[in-house]
Design a protein around this ligand. Structure first.
Ligand SMILES: *Cc1c(COP(=O)(O)O)cnc(C)c1O
Length: 379
C-alpha cells in the first residue's frame, strides 16, 4: 500500500475559477481573452491534471519548454505564451515546431532570432518594464524595440507582435492605474494586442482588466487568493483546485508535561491525545508551520502540535474523540482549511505551498466538486 497522502485535483474547480475571471471582466464580444498561467507544473497541480479543467481558456502561459511540449502532447492546440521567451538560439526551433508565442524582453533575444534564422515567423509579445525592474524594455527604449520588431516582421523572423507588462503591485488599484497610463503612453499608436493583469490585477481592478486584450491570471485559477491583505479565496468565490489529504497513522496519549516532536516545542498542559499524520515537509508541507496551524480531521478543524518532521506531523485529537488511526486529514483545500490559512500561519503565500508539493505525493484527478465541509470523499 502506498502512504495515504494524496493531492486531489478538481478540474471543475479550475473551470469554475476560470468562469469567475470571465464574469469579473464582463463579456463584451471581443474580449478579454485569457492566458491561463500554468507555469511551475501548473502551480504544483500537474499540467496534465489541470488541462481538462482549463480547456476553455484562450491560451496557456508558462516558461519551461518541456512544459509547453507536454501541453502539445496532451492535445492542446491553442496558443501558448512563453513568459520568458527563448534563452538561446537553439530554443527558437522549438518555438517554430510547437507554435509557441515568445515574450521578447531583452535586446539579446533579437540576436538569438537572427542567429537561429528559422523558416517560420514567430509570434511575440514585447514586454515593457513598467517599474518592477524584473524583465522588459524600459519605457524610453520601448519604441526602438518595437521598430526593431517591425523590421523582423518585414523579414519574416517575427509574425504577430503584441505588447505586455506586469504589475509589481497588482493588488493596489492606484499602482495599476499608474502602470496602465505608462503602458498606454509607451505603446501609443503601435498596432497589436495588449496583455496585462495577473490574478490580483484582474480581480482587484476589473475595469482595467476589462480593457485589456489578454489577461494572465494564475493563482486565482487554482482557488487561492492573490491578495496579502485583501479578500480571501472564499470571499472571491474561488474554489480550491487542490485538496491535500492524508490519514492518521499513529496515536499518542499525552499526560500533562509531555512534549511532542523534535525539539519538544509543544508541551501538553492537560491530558491530551495526538494523532500522527502521514505528511511532512518532504511532501511539501511547510516546515515553518507553527503550533496551532489549522488542519481538519474527519472534516472538522483541529490544529498542528509541535514541529513538522520530514514525513509526519502531529495534530490535536483531544476534541476529536471519534478520530483515530485511519481518520482522514485535510492539510489544505477543504473542510474549512484553505491553502492561504496554512500559508499565513507559516509566514508565506499560497503560491509557495502549492508549487512546493513534492513529487512523491501522488496527484489524483477527482471529477467532482470539492465536497462541502464535513462531507467525506474517499481519497
Ligand atoms: C506568474 C505570472 C502571472 C500570473 O500571476 P498570478 O499572480 O499567479 O496571477 C502573470 N504574468 C506573468 C508575467 C507571470 O510571471
Amino acid at each position: 500500500m502506498p502512504r495515504p497522502i494524496v493531492a486531489q485535483v478538481f478540474p471543475r474547480s479550475l473551470a469554475h475559477n476560470l468562469q469567475r475571471v470571465r464574469q469579473q471582466v464582463g463579456s463584451r464580444p471581443q474580449g478579454p481573452r485569457v492566458w491561463a498561467v500554468i507555469k511551475a507544473n501548473a502551480y504544483g497541480h500537474g499540467i496534465e491534471a489541470v488541462l481538462p479543467g482549463l480547456h476553455s481558456a484562450d491560451g496557456l502561459a508558462m516558461l519551461d519548454l518541456d512544459e509547453a511540449v507536454r501541453c502539445r502532447e496532451a492535445g492542446w492546440g491553442g496558443p501558448i505564451l512563453m513568459l520568458e521567451g527563448f534563452f538561446e538560439p537553439a530554443d527558437v526551433s522549438y518555438f517554430e515546431r510547437y507554435h509557441l508565442t515568445a515574450v521578447l524582453h531583452h535586446e539579446d533575444q533579437f540576436r538569438m532570432l537572427r542567429e537561429a534564422s528559422g523558416r517560420h515567423p514567430i509570434d511575440a509579445f514585447l514586454k515593457l518594464n513598467s517599474g518592477m525592474n524584473r524583465l522588459g524594455f524600459a519605457p524610453g527604449r520601448y519604441r526602438v524595440a518595437f521598430e526593431r520588431a517591425q523590421q523582423y516582421q518585414a523579414c519574416s523572423l517575427l509574425g504577430n507582435v503584441g505588447h505586455m507588462t506586469h504589475f509589481a503591485n497588482g493588488d493596489d488599484a492606484e499602482h495599476v492605474a499608474h502602470v496602465m497610463a505608462l503602458f498606454e503612453r509607451a505603446t501609443e499608436g503601435m498596432p497589436g494586442p495588449r496583455s496585462t493583469c495577473n490574478s490580483a490585477g484582474t480581480l482587484g481592478s476589473p475595469a482595467t482588466a476589462a480593457q485589456t486584450d489578454w489577461l494572465r491570471p494564475g493563482i486565482c485559477l487554482y482557488g487561492a487568493t492573490p491578495f496579502d491583505h485583501g479578500p480571501s479565496a472564499d470571499e472571491l468565490d474561488l474554489r480550491p483546485a487542490m485538496r491535500l489529504r492524508s490519514r492518521v497513522i499513529g496515536e499518542q496519549v499525552l499526560q500533562p508535561g509531555a512534549a511532542v516532536g523534535y525539539g519538544g516545542t509543544f508541551v501538553a498542559d492537560r491530558p491530551m491525545r495526538a494523532g500522527i499524520v502521514a505528511c511532512g515537509y518532504a511532501d511539501g508541507y511547510p516546515r515553518h508551520a507553527p503550533n496551532g496551524t489549522p488542519v481538519a480531521v474527519q472534516g472538522r478543524r483541529s490544529r498542528l502540535l509541535g514541529r513538522v518532521s520530514m514525513d509526519m506531523l502531529a495534530v490535536d485529537l483531544t476534541d476529536h474523540p471519534e478520530a483515530g488511526v485511519g481518520s482522514p486529514v485535510t492539510l489544505w483545500g477543504g473542510d474549512g482549511v484553505s491553502v492561504d490559512d496554512v500559508a499565513q500561519a507559516a509566514g508565506t503565500i499560497g503560491y509557495e505551498l502549492l508549487t512546493h508539493l513534492a513529487r512523491r505525493v501522488p496527484v489524483k484527478v477527482v471529477d467532482t466538486l470539492p465536497p462541502v465541509a464535513g462531507a467525506e470523499v474517499e481519497a
